[in-house]
Design a protein around this ligand. Sequence first.
Ligand SMILES: *Cc1c(COP(=O)(O)O)cnc(C)c1O
Length: 453
Amino acid sequence: MHNDLSLFTELAELLISEETNQPVAAPVDTKALYKTLDLQLNDEPTIDDEFKSILKDIIKHTPKTASTSFFNQLFGGRIPRATLGDLLAVMLNNSMYTYKVAGPQVGIEKILLKKICDIIGYPDVADGTFAPGGSMSNYMAVLMARDKYNPSAKNEGINNTMTLYTSEASHYSIAKNAAFIGVGRQQVRTIKTNDRGEMLSEDLDVKISKDIEQGFQPFFVNATAGTTVLGAFDSVDNISKVCKKYDVWLHLDGAYCGGVIFSDDHKHLVNGIAHTDSFSFNAHKMLGTPLSCSIIVTRDKKHLYESFSNEAEYLYQTNDDDFNLGKTSLQCGRRNDALKLWTLWKSVGNNGLKTIINHQFKLAEVARNYINNHPDYRLYSFEDSISVCFNYKDIPAKKLCTALYENAKLMVGFGNFNDQDFVRMVTINSVLKEKDIINFFKTIEDFAVSTDI
Ligand SMILES: *Cc1c(COP(=O)(O)O)cnc(C)c1O
């Protein structure tokens, strides 16, 4: 192992220097991939020097998500203390289903969940778990709701009259999960948004009442904290009133921006969160832990047990169920995703988490100010968002983003809202400085001049 640990250190050092020297790896065309890199698996072993050199090649050609030029996704950057936790979790290699096998790691996960439930104002009976990602957190939420409102579904299967509601700007996993839980995509009602991409609770009310009239059984509403394109926040307060009126489950998908709960300055964006039935967020997005780190909590842990527990004598050989996390999880064997969040939180404290969140909003403001002060740009996104959407000099967004990528200048993506295409830069990497944001725009401007785009 020691040899491999020193090899790991050498490779990690290479990665870190590549991130500075070549922040956007020159893309390899898929057609050339297997010719460029030796990825083949052979009968004979690969000798050490060659093995190392292949790994170095792979590292060089892999996109650098922690570089100062990566704005492409809803995650990015590297916070060393969180990475340390994940590296340790790999070395420890526990499985989180029982206390017997994971020991104190279970305590770490439980403390995190308890803190999160307290922060959002859930009652003492609340609890949660770590899911394999935001889509799966949403899946767990809608499944708990299905089982609450249709308890026979678990054993007898489902009819097709249950309906669920989510805004047109929400994540695609909602429709996918409707298929997974047997309710079906056709039973997903898409709620209109205002011109900032926030769900219209009036439209929600109308659609639910119409469905009831027609004999459907509305059971689940998904609100979003940080929509995928604009980074908009649905009004949890308004939506929760509608949910209460009709007695349906309210889930808040905070995969992208649920991290605002850690900042006194921004948590007003999820006002009313204590009235939700479940809430999820990805710590690997706003909090900057390595992928994946997704948390789902629910206001009453009985829902977790009712939907996810199974008796299994071969597994649960000690009694203390509260510490046997396998009874409330989606998987059986489960990776330790908790430790990286704990090492981060323990080392920076509540105040440090707040600083991370606030800095992202600050960087977004820097970006919006730059755009507003430069006539060649046009802004399409709004305050209170860390997605900054814009166009530059009427260059089609897709063309610009693709050219920047192919020429290894910047990693940034594009999006669409109300039939308008635009570049979407995301200021989620809290390690970046204001100058990195300015540099982002300068890179675009220099590139546009130097090429004939
Ligand atoms: C990223 C995201 C998801 C999906 O999370 P994964 O971890 O990628 O599965 C769901 N909802 C929203 C709003 C997101 O931004």
